[in-house]
Write a protein that binds this ligand. Structure first.
Ligand code: PEP
Length: 293
């Protein structure tokens, strides 16, 4: 009997360790090794919560969520709110949000201004629907649609020429995280994807750190891991664009929800979140936006 109890206790302990090990992912060894003593002044930046609806919702479904969200967040002033609906819903969502505190953006764009590019959308077309932002280089576009740092760079420049603010996604894949090359990957994304910007352009864009291995899994990285990478991003950006590094906003994105958001937002270099699943319903996204209440 005694032996049975010992075996049972051991079994429960092992299962618990596995569960904890799954939800609390240890930082990469190279991330822990870096001395991230570069901290900027977070209070000078307006926090930004962006919802990426991906390929979800018809126009009427989008409108139904936005109407509820608009009411739920009408009192929010300290956080900028942004939604990326599908292209087809942009015009309708713009009509609905015009006089509200919700901004809209497109999930992608093409860098050419016009011409024989069937199926593509130009920066001017996006601007025309009322967008102020555009998402560039999301991991799903890199994974399924051959987006590279080179095309990301062309898209950033085209977007900015039209007055759109790019939110540029960077982040390591599972294989890259497991082989401890997170920092090299981030640095490459930045040096190639964000190259050749003017100081004004470099100051106004937004970067989203999205560890690809945690996007859409429901299991985020730890806030400490995210903070280490964000501080590293700011350091690299300071080398590229000096004071712009203090001014730009760096969002964390991957499995953020109303329960875990405040732990991320407490970190000094996390200036908001890019949210997929938890932005699809007005209730969860409004809770998330009001993380400090
Ligand atoms: C995303 O796709 O940008 C994202 C962060 O998704 P999720 O929140 O569902 O992980």
């Amino acid at each position: 009997m005694k032996r049975l109890i010992i075996v049972a206790v051991f079994f429960v302990f092992t299962m618990l360790s596995c569960a904890v090990g799954k939800s609390v992912i240890k930082p990469d060894s190279d991330i822990s090794a870096i001395k991230t003593n570069y901290h900027s002044d977070k209070t000078s930046r307006k926090m930004l919560m962006a919802g990426n609806w991906k390929m979800n919702k018809t126009v009427s479904e989008s409108l139904s969520v936005i109407k509820t969200l608009k009411k739920a967040v009408s009192d929010v002033k300290d956080v900028e709110i942004l939604i990326f609906p599908s292209y087809t819903a942009l015009q309708a969502i713009n009509n609905e949000t015009k006089d509200s505190n919700i901004n809209i953006g497109a999930q992608n764009l093409f860098w050419e201004t016009k011409g024989a590019f069937t199926g593509e959308i130009s920066p001017a077309m996006i601007k025309d629907t009322g967008c102020s932002y555009v998402l560039i280089g999301h991991s799903e576009r890199r994974q399924y649609f051959d987006e590279t740092d080179e095309t990301v760079n062309k898209k950033i420049k085209a977007a900015m020429t039209e007055g759109l603010i790019p939110i540029v996604c960077i982040g390591e894949t599972l294989e890259e995280m497991e082989t401890n090359v997170t920092f090299q990957v981030i640095e490459k994304h930045m040096k190639e994807g964000l190259a050749g910007l003017t100081t004004e352009q470099a100051t106004s864009l937004v970067i989203a750190y999205e560890p690809v291995w945690a996007v859409g899994t429901g299991i985020p990285v730890t806030p400490n891991h995210a903070q280490e990478v964000h501080a590293f991003i700011r350091k690299v950006y300071a080398k590229m664009y000096k004071e712009a590094a203090d001014k730009i906003r760096i969002l964390y994105g991957a499995s953020v929800n109303p329960e875990n958001v405040s732990a991320f937002m407490k970190k000094p270099d996390i200036d908001g979140c890019l949210v997929g699943k938890a932005s699809l319903e007005a209730e969860s996204f409004s809770k998330l936006i009001k993380y400090s209440k």
